[in-house]
Structure formats: structure tokens, C-alpha cells
Design a protein around this ligand. Structure first.
Ligand SMILES: Cc1ncc(C[n+]2csc(CCOP(=O)(O)OP(=O)(O)O)c2C)c(N)n1
Ligand code: SF4
Ligand SMILES: [Mg+2]
Length: 284
């Protein structure tokens, strides 16, 4: 959706001119003012700037949705693929060109709805990718149908009597699927989003960021305020090597924790491929 006022365009342009991240900025984002997805994009700009990833070595792959527009707004290579198919495209790119930094971006519908079958396999294979899931608990681009993360009872054009299905939790899914880096962020927390995206890209293996990213136009139930009421940082003493404890904390709804839940260092899919290429792994 594009509801940009003239003033908001000028403000964005001025901010972009003043920003250190201008080397990575491309077309002006066409999201509605206030959309949570702006913070994820800013986080990715900052990560690219901090890590000095040259645009020629940077690939952003998306599916379809408002979130799917990411590749248009960031310099580097980009692929706006089919709905729910960003992950398989990205894994192919990474296997063919392991030196590229590959980031996948998509919505809740894209990632745990239509594309939900790809997520577990990329995670358990530990592809060296970063996957940012922008969760607004709604289908934004198609104007507000319930998604797999919408709460029970939520009314929409496709659920006039209220959603009867229980919501999926992308953070606990990532942990269950064996992802080696799992974090949750909230787009009201700009610095945390930038910091965790940077760490995720640095991680060697499948890194997953579940970004709570409100749709200010179509979702009147799950909003900045509703999330803010229950948002909390992970306890400082949380042990990020403990997957089952991470699972327990990620499952909590009051509070909804944010921060780095889990990290583990094991060989990535690319490491195994490289060994085969180097002749170190022989078939049985
Ligand atoms: C195969 C296919 N089915 C359905 C659609 C219609 N469609 C486009 S975007 C979308 C949902 C997007 O929701 P989400 O992934 O949560 O992204 P958001 O817009 O909320 O960022 C749907 C159902 C499509 N483009 N392709
Ligand atoms: S997700 Fe919602 S607020 Fe964001 S651009 Fe789409 S319709 Fe607008
Ligand atoms: Mg969505």
C-alpha cells in the first residue's frame, strides 16, 4: 500500500541524505507511514554499513507481500520471488556463490503460511543465511486477511466470526527446527533491531530474526500498543546455549520476550559443500 504524503517523502529524503547508510539506500520505500517494516529495513541498512558489505556482494531475496518489497529499497542484488518461495531461491544462490551475503526477508503469511514447508529444512540444514520474518499477524498487501500468526478470535474479511485456529509462533518454530541463531525483535526498538540483524549476519549458519512489525492500516488488534503492553527484554541471566530454556521463554505470551534466545556454532551447509568441493568428503 502506498499512502505517502508529500511531506513524508521530503522527510525521508532528508533523513536518507543525512544518514551514514546512504550507500545502501535505493528506491524510496512505498510503505504506509508508520508501518513496522521501516525499522527492519533501517536495521538492514545499519547492519550493511557496520559490516561494510559492498552492495556487489549483498543479495536480498524476498517473497510476496508488503514485506516482499525489501529488495527494491536496498542496494545490491535482489530477487522478489514467488509468494513463499524466497528461502529455496536464497539457498540456491548461497550454494552457487558462498561468498555472497544472502538475506531473506518475508512476512508471516509468506514464511509460515504458504512458504511454511521451506523454513524447517533451511534451518535444520544450517544454510549460512539470515532470515528476517516481519510479523504483523495479517496479510498486509492483500488488505487484511488473517494470517497464521493472527490471534484466536480476530475478525477480518476472511474470518467474519473470528479466527478459530491457534496462532503459530515463528520463534518457537525456529528453535524446534534446529536454527543455530534465533532472536526476536520489535520494530519499536530500532537499536535492538539493528544490533540483532548485524549479529545474525555475522553468525555462520542459519540465523533467524522474528521481527514484530505492526501493520498500522489493516490490523487493529495486534498493534504497537498491544505488543508494547507485553514486551520485555530477555532476562540478563538467560543462557543463549540452552535451547530448551530458550523455547520456554519464546513460548511466553505475557511477557513477549525480545532479544537473542539461542546461538550455537556448528558447521554450516556451505562448510559441508566446500569439503566435498575440496575432495575431503568421499561418497560411501
Ligand atoms: C501463490 C500466491 N498466492 C496468493 C497470493 C496473494 N498474496 C499476495 S501477498 C499475500 C499475503 C502477504 O502477507 P504477508 O506474507 O504476511 O506479508 P505482509 O504483506 O503482511 O508484509 C497474498 C496472500 C500471491 N501473490 N501468490
Ligand atoms: S504492512 Fe500494512 S502498514 Fe505496512 S505497507 Fe502494508 S498495508 Fe501499509
Ligand atoms: Mg504479514
Amino acid at each position: 500500500m502506498s499512502f505517502l504524503s508529500k511531506q513524508s517523502v521530503i522527510d525521508e529524503l532528508n533523513k536518507a541524505k543525512a544518514s551514514k547508510t546512504k550507500e545502501w539506500r535505493d528506491n524510496l520505500p512505498t510503505w504506509c507511514p508508520g508501518c513496522g517494516h521501516f525499522t527492519g529495513l533501517h536495521g538492514l541498512y545499519e547492519a550493511a554499513e557496520k559490516l561494510k558489505i559492498p552492495p556487489k556482494d549483498f543479495v536480498v531475496v524476498s517473497g510476496i507481500g508488503c514485506s516482499g518489497r525489501f529488495p527494491f529499497f536496498i542496494k545490491g542484488f535482489g530477487l522478489h520471488g514467488l509468494h513463499g518461495r524466497a528461502i529455496p531461491i536464497a539457498t540456491g544462490i548461497k550454494v552457487a556463490s558462498p561468498d555472497l551475503t544472502v538475506v531473506v526477508v518475508g512476512g508471516d503469511g509468506d514464511g509460515v503460511g504458504i512458504g511454511g514447508g521451506h523454513f524447517p529444512h533451511a534451518a535444520r540444514s544450517n544454510f549460512n543465511l539470515t532470515y528476517i520474518l516481519l510479523d504483523n499477524s495479517i496479510y498486509g498487501l492483500t488488505k487484511g486477511q488473517i494470517s497464521p500468526t493472527s490471534p484466536m478470535g480476530m475478525k477480518s474479511g476472511t474470518s467474519p466470526y473470528g479466527n478459530i485456529a491457534r496462532p503459530l509462533n515463528p520463534t518457537t518454530l525456529a528453535l524446534a527446527y534446529g536454527a543455530t541463531f534465533v532472536a526476536r525483535t520489535f520494530s519499536r526498538e530500532r537499536d535492538m533491531v539493528s544490533e540483532l540483524i548485524t549479529k545474525a549476519i555475522q553468525h555462520k549458519g542459519f540465523s533467524f530474526i522474528h521481527d514484530l512489525s505492526p501493520c498500522v492500516v489493516f490490523n487493529k488488534v495486534v498493534t504497537y500498543n498491544s505488543w508494547n503492553d507485553v514486551a520485555a527484554k530477555l532476562p540478563e541471566e538467560h543462557d543463549i546455549l540452552n535451547r530448551s530454556r530458550a523455547m520456554m521463554l519464546a513460548d511466553s505470551t505475557e511477557p513477549i520476550y525480545q532479544g537473542l534466545f539461542f546461538r550455537e556454532e556448528i558447521p554450516s551447509f556451505d562448510d559441508h559443500v566446500q569439503k566435498v568441493k575440496d575432495g575431503l568428503n568421499q561418497p560411501a
